[in-house]
Design a protein around this ligand. Structure first.
Ligand code: ADP
Ligand code: MG
Length: 353
């Protein structure tokens, strides 16, 4: 696999360092800390699943990675180079890092045929030499074969799965090196979800594409990902290989998510239902932000809770392999304490490790 870097394979395709995205207060609600201190690396050729329940900040992180949202603080790095928010740098970044959204029906213009939809990006980026061939090849890569059968179709003449393939072809037509797919199968029939996920894997195999696949469904990671990052209320709380995270989860939140999967149940885990209110990024609890809903904390007696300190001790953010137990770079972990190595951000995991 090429890395396009002189620093060797260790330089990630895409990385965020101590990323914060806070949306301003509105309608009487305070500012929303949608992404609240995340370190995450997408390695070259890797498929990384980003998992968490609705509202935890996945889409905001995905949009920050593609440059569509500007971080409040922290950095986005493309092959080790910090992203600059100037017009030209942004244009190049958005060509190279393609965002695929959940709803292909919404992403496609109903009045534009498939050729027009796939050619739109290349036209915008003045990649018009050999445009027909480019569109043809992108459709074929996206599994719409033979491509000429699809060129003149309109969105309403296609299934949801075919529409999503057109959206993916539109991304591929720009020769990206990274795909960020935000819930790419959530709006599709169960029967075609597997096909679309397999397509992302084929693109990695055939083109060496790196992908970040966002989902609320931890089970989806099994089918597609090399690694998994589990997000809760703006933070990554556990990150590791699929085998590590799904077969030997450490964080109580990951364990709870896993326990409600059909496969989790089949393995004899009792479903863990999380107590308390759904998380609210305008009111992030102190200490460990998961403690008000944490089954492991709830199971402690009073002395155990005092000793663990989950309600008052803040947690270092996970480093995701950046540096040796710490994120490189001055101010990399500003406001959040030092970043750390390890798989799970949990006082109770540390206590028993
Ligand atoms: P997810 O994709 O995991 O569901 P999002 O990133 O969409 O999460 O949202 C994270 C939090 O930020 C949510 O509480 C959401 O209400 C809030 N949020 C998202 N977009 C905006 C916005 N433009 N303005 C204010 N708050 C927002
Ligand atoms: Mg989302």
């Amino acid at each position: 696999m090429t890395t396009g870097s002189t620093e060797g394979a260790a330089v990630p395709a895409l990385e965020v360092r101590d990323l914060h995205v806070t949306y301003p207060a509105r309608g009487g609600r305070g500012p929303a800390r949608a992404v609240d201190g995340v370190n995450l690396r997408l390695h070259e050729g890797e498929v990384l699943a980003l998992i968490g329940e609705s509202g935890c900040g996945k889409s905001t992180l995905a949009r920050a990675l593609t440059g569509l949202v500007r971080p409040t603080s922290g950095q986005v790095l493309r092959r080790g180079v910090p992203l600059r928010y100037t017009g030209a740098a942004m244009k190049a970044h958005r060509k190279d890092v393609q965002l695929v959204l959940q709803d292909p029906g919404g992403a496609l213009n109903p009045r534009q045929n498939v050729y027009g939809a796939v050619a739109e990006g290349p036209r915008l980026h003045r990649m018009t030499a050999g445009l027909d061939e480019r569109v043809h090849s992108a459709l074929s890569r996206a599994g719409l074969r033979p491509p000429q059968d699809y060129m003149s179709r309109f969105p309403h003449q296609m299934s949801g799965g075919q529409q999503q393939r057109v959206v993916i072809a539109g991304a591929l037509a720009l020769d990206p090196s990274v795909i960020v797919a935000d819930e790419p199968v959530a709006s599709l029939d169960a029967s075609v979800r597997g096909e679309i996920l397999r397509l992302l894997l084929d693109l990695r195999r055939d083109l060496g594409l790196s992908s970040l696949v966002v989902s609320h469904d931890l089970g989806l990671a099994w089918n597609i990902a090399d690694r998994v990052a589990v997000m809760y209320l703006g933070r990554v709380v556990e990150v590791g290989t699929v085998e590590e995270v799904l077969l030997d989860p450490q964080h109580p939140y990951t364990k709870a998510l896993l326990s409600v999967l059909p496969e989790g149940g089949a393995r004899g885990r009792r479903p863990v239902l999380l107590a308390g209110e759904p998380p609210d990024p305008t009111a992030v609890p102190g200490g460990c932000r998961f403690h008000p809903r944490c089954p492991a904390y709830a199971a402690l007696d009073a002395a155990g809770r005092t000793a663990a300190g989950c309600d008052r001790r803040s947690l270092p953010v996970l480093g995701d392999g950046a540096g040796d137990g710490a994120v490189e770079g001055a101010g990399a972990a500003q406001g959040s304490g030092a970043a750390k190595g390890g798989r799970a951000a949990c006082h109770l995991v540390e206590a028993t490790a």
